[in-house]
Each structure stands twice: as structure tokens, then as C-alpha cells.
Design a protein around this ligand. Structure first.
Ligand SMILES: NC(=O)c1ccc[n+]([C@@H]2O[C@H](COP(=O)([O-])OP(=O)(O)OC[C@H]3O[C@@H](n4cnc5c(N)ncnc54)[C@H](O)[C@@H]3O)[C@@H](O)[C@H]2O)c1
Length: 357
């Protein structure tokens, strides 16, 4: 049986979902909904068998639709979750689940009252490289887990370009790293100190580094910024995780094409290179489909509650950064140049599809 699916929000992420869903035998993308006419035109081209609409109620009112994908922006998601619950549809969502923490927690409470299956795209939890490292740690190869160092710096989404409801870079993107560090530590954060910089004199920090401890004593530092050479002739990035135990280490770096995991444990040394896997949307959709078809939520399907916990800590760390000097460096003129460049780029880091600068 194919699961009839209504996809809401057909921007950069929505288009990635369509690509993966149509590759699978498990799904039929019956509807695509977007508020932007230009985007709907594209949807008609890319998915001629789908009904393309600007009215999400077409999806919620169709009794044959079993599941919805909420891939628009955070400001519309809480209402969409409410409608999905009222009309009995399983929910696959992008993060963050809503635009304010209060709304996010309300959404969790609503979801916890239903038996509907729900999942969210905390894509790092489904990444082969994190699972490989975690298995290595769990085997005792690095001794006791002591230090987690995570860095994600690219010339990605610039301030003012879109995603305003998702918050500054350390929330919009950084919540993934806040989440995965907590996943490795296996418990909640205890202490933190964050330093940020208001790059290009923008109102919010676009680079933040936070360090601190977890309740079990594991220490962490997380660095996230979309400030890495935005106007460099040839752009690059610096992304890694470095996991240090009392006896060994495990680390990963990637170039968005391939990821390399290096494991140096007490009894083995391994170097594994495999395709990076992007946002792992194929894995997420498979876990979601299996959960719907079996009627039992697969534990590996990332939960909306975990995303809200990560979102809350990311906001907390950002707030902490605001209290620690937060210098401004550069000018808004440079930011204009960055916007101009990204508007004209066809191949860049995290370009949004519905570019509205
Ligand atoms: N999990 C991840 O790694 C990851 C990565 C990127 C983006 N995201 C999240 O995915 C979401 C979408 O991001 P994107 O980069 O695709 O953005 P985008 O701007 O490219 O696309 C958003 C689309 O939603 C449409 N839209 C807006 N409001 C709508 C509404 N009420 N109903 C229907 N359509 C509506 C817009 O017209 C646009 O086409 C964001 O919340 C973002 O945080 C997650």
C-alpha cells in the first residue's frame, strides 16, 4: 500500500523531500501546497501527478491523506500540527517545530495526547558517521567519553536572507549540533558560556561558540557560524566532530560529498570514507513510513520533543552570548554585497529556493 502524502512548503527542503519520496515505493505525493505562485509552477513541472494548491485545507480535508509533511517555515507549523491532529494525519516536520519556545512546547503537549506517528528532521541522528562513532564509543574503545568538540562553519544562509522565524544561525542550524552533542553525552546540559560576534554589524550574532558541561561531567564546545568566507573567490568550509575519551579518540570531517571517520581505539584503528549522505531524508522517510505501516513508532525516528529540547538550549546559549560582550565587526555594506552574491549564485552553501531578498 502506498501512503498518500500531503506536502506543505515546497522550498529548498520541500523539493528535497519530493525527490526522496518519489524514489520510494512507499509513498504517493498526492498534494503539494505552497503560498508562492512561482513555486507552485515549479511543483506542477516537477510532480505532474500531484495536485498543486495554495490552500492547505485541501490536504487536511481529504480523508484519503494519511500523512502530512510540514516543510514551510516555523511560523506556520504549530497551526498545521493542530490541523493534522484534528484531521487524524501522521506528521513529518522540519525543525524548529514552531517560531517561539512557548508554541514549541504547546505542540509537544498536543502531540503527546495523540496516537498519531510524528517525526522531525534532526538529520544528524540518522547520519552513518555519527552512528559509527557512537557504536565505537559504546564498545568502550575510547575509554570514558570526556570531551565533545563540534564545529560547523560555512558561508551559508546570511542574515536577512530568509528563515527569520527560525532565529539566528546558531538556532536555525546550530540546534542540530546542540542536539547531537546531547545525544552523544546521553544526558542534559549543566553549564554553559557562549561567545558570539555580530558579524557585519547585523543585529544578531552570526557566529557563536559555546562551551560547558553536561550533567555527567562530559565537557563540550560547539562552534557554529555562517560567516566562513562569504565573499571569498573560492568558498570553502570547516566542519568536524572530535570526540575524546580517557583512552582513545574518534573524529569525523566532511566536504559535503564524502565524510571521513577516523577511529583510534584501544584495540583497533579504522579510517572509513563514505558518501556524506546530505540531509538523510531517505532514511527519515523510511523510518516514518515503517512506523505508520507497523503502527509502532520506530525509536530511531527523531522526536519532536528532542527537537524542542535542542531548540530551547540553542536559544539559551544565544541569550548567554548576548550577555558576554558581543562585539560588532564589519559593516552592513558588506552584508549587502553578500546578499547580492548569494542572489546570483547557482551553486552555493544553503541557497534558499524561494529567494526573496
Ligand atoms: N533539517 C535541516 O537540516 C534543515 C535544513 C534547512 C532548512 N530546514 C528547515 O526547513 C524549513 C524550510 O526551509 P527551506 O530552506 O526549505 O525554506 P524556503 O524558504 O526555501 O522554503 C519555504 C517554502 O515554504 C513556503 N511557505 C511559506 N509559508 C507557507 C505556508 N503557510 N503554507 C505553504 N507554504 C508556505 C514558501 O513559499 C517557500 O516556498 C525551515 O523551517 C528550516 O528551518 C531544515
Amino acid at each position: 500500500m502506498k501512503i498518500k502524502f500531503g506536502l506543505i512548503g515546497f522550498g529548498r527542503m520541500g523539493q528535497l523531500y519530493l525527490r526522496e519520496l518519489t524514489k520510494s515505493e512507499l509513498w504517493e505525493v498526492t498534494y503539494i501546497c505552497d503560498t508562492n505562485e512561482r513555486v507552485r509552477e515549479l511543483a506542477r513541472k516537477l510532480s505532474p501527478n500531484s495536485i498543486v494548491t495554495d490552500n492547505q485545507e485541501d490536504i487536511f480535508c481529504d480523508k484519503e491523506i494519511l500523512a502530512v509533511g510540514l516543510f514551510a517555515l516555523a511560523d506556520s507549523r504549530k497551526h498545521q500540527v493542530e490541523r493534522a491532529i484534528q484531521t487524524g494525519k501522521h506528521i513529518l516536520a522540519e525543525k524548529p517545530i514552531s517560531d517561539t519556545l512557548e508554541h514549541e512546547w504547546e505542540t509537544v503537549r498536543l502531540i503527546e495526547k495523540t496516537n498519531l506517528i510524528s517525526g522531525i528532521n534532526l538529520y544528524l541522528r540518522n547520519a552513518w558517521y555519527h552512528q559509527t562513532i557512537k557504536d565505537f564509543i559504546d564498545k568502550g574503545e575510547i575509554g570514558d567519553l570526556a570531551i565533545l568538540r563540534i564545529c560547523h562553519m560555512t558561508p551559508g544562509l546570511s542574515p536577512g536572507e530568509g528563515h527569520e522565524y527560525e532565529g539566528p544561525a546558531f538556532h536555525d542550524c546550530g540546534m542540530h549540533y546542540v542536539d547531537i552533542a546531547r545525544w552523544y553525552a546521553g544526558c542534559d546540559y549543566k553549564t554553559w558560556h557562549a561567545q558570539g560576534v555580530r558579524m557585519w554589524n547585523y543585529k544578531d550574532p552570526w557566529w557563536v561558540q559555546c562551551l560547558g558541561t553536561f550533567l555527567n561531567g562530559v565537557v563540550f564546545d560547539i562552534t557554529q557560524g555562517f560567516v566562513y568566507g562569504q565573499l571569498a573567490k573560492d568558498q570553502t568550509h570547516n566542519c568536524y566532530i572530535d570526540v575524546i575519551g580517557t583512552k582513545g579518540i574518534a573524529r569525523m570531517t566532511h566536504d559535503f560529498e564524502n565524510a571521513v571517520v577516523e577511529l583510534r581505539g584501544v584495540s583497533e584503528t579504522l579510517c572509513i570514507e563514505q558518501p556524506f549522505g546530505g540531509k538523510n531524508i531517505d532514511i527519515l522517510c523510511k523510518l516514518f513510513a515503517e512506523s505508520i505501516l507497523s503502527g509502532h513508532r520506530n525509536d530511531k525516528l527523531p522526536s519532536i520533543k528532542d527537537s524542542v529540547i535542542a531548540s530551547e538550549y540553542a536559544w539559551t546559549f544565544l541569550q548567554n552570548a548576548r550577555q558576554n560582550d558581543l562585539p560588532a565587526i564589519g559593516s552592513l555594506e558588506t552584508l549587502k554585497e553578500i546578499h547580492e552574491r548569494r542572489r546570483n549564485m547557482t551553486n552555493g552553501y544553503g541557497l534558499i529556493k524561494n529567494n526573496t531578498i
